[in-house]
Design a protein around this ligand. Sequence first.
Ligand SMILES: NC(=[NH2+])NCCC[C@H](N)C(=O)O
Length: 321
Amino acid sequence: MSRAMMFSRPIAEGRPDLLMRREHTIFGEDWGAGGHALPRFGVSSESGVLDTVLLGAPCHLSIVPANSVSRESLRNGLCCSTRHARAQHAMLAEALAGCGVRTHVVPAKPDLPDLAFTRDTTLMTPWGLVELRPAAGHRRAEAPYVAGIVKNIGFPLLGRIEEGTVEGGDVSIVRPGLVIIGCSGERTDEKGAKALASIFERKGWQAIVYRYDPHFLHLDTIFCMVDSARALACTDVLDDDFLARLGALGIDLVPVGYKEARKLGCNVLSLGKKRILSTRDNAHVNGRLRALGYEVIEADIGQFTQCGGGVHCLTMPLARH
Ligand SMILES: NC(=[NH2+])NCCC[C@H](N)C(=O)O
């Protein structure tokens, strides 16, 4: 699909009110004479070249005992330094910018301690942004807040999840036409998974719902695409039927151990063109990726991993080529 198609077609589909402007649509931010600028948007895979990403300011980050990793951090007496978190986050943003990725940052809000984990509250699809429905009580208010900011920047909203609960860490847009939705029953539940699946199915996509144990916070802590046909996978944890299904879908798996997954070793962000943004603490996983020919860019994000989230959780792609 040409770049122009990729970004212009969904605009018309997601925003019927913009149909009339379709003829002015040129790839990028140019709407032609008299039109409003609409940023590049649309994500149809986890590994297309990353153009634009959403980050959230971590000024009020704290370790909320809402997942197994963060509870362990608290047991071990760890705590957050917001100064340190901000410095690490700035480095992450710099690493992205250094790779040619545009970033938008959602401003911090005192009552939203996990706002930096932008992955979970909204989801950019090929057709526009979906406001998700977090299950975690302390994260519920993030979704409308973040969706409002993204809309104000100029990105089109496709809709919102109104039934059940869905968090974006459970969504893997594997490749055009195929999405996998993790469902632990705690963060993403059956109703929410179904509601999100139907958005994709209505567009002719296959949506696979994978049920797993809620000990693991989100699917992206145990399974993460690094390429159109390769994923990091905590193979000891993922069940055999699912592993077989991934194999049948032509997805090659790079095994990641349970302890590495707890350190968010699976939780990487593909920048496309065999470039992976990963956590500095996961030397073993990074080494394996390098041996497979990937360029691995390491980010020191210890302040965030102790809260249970890694690079994938801290980033929500808004546009990929
Ligand atoms: N996509 C992810 N895995 N996000 C991690 C979010 C971590 C956050 N502390 C929470 O419990 O909600």
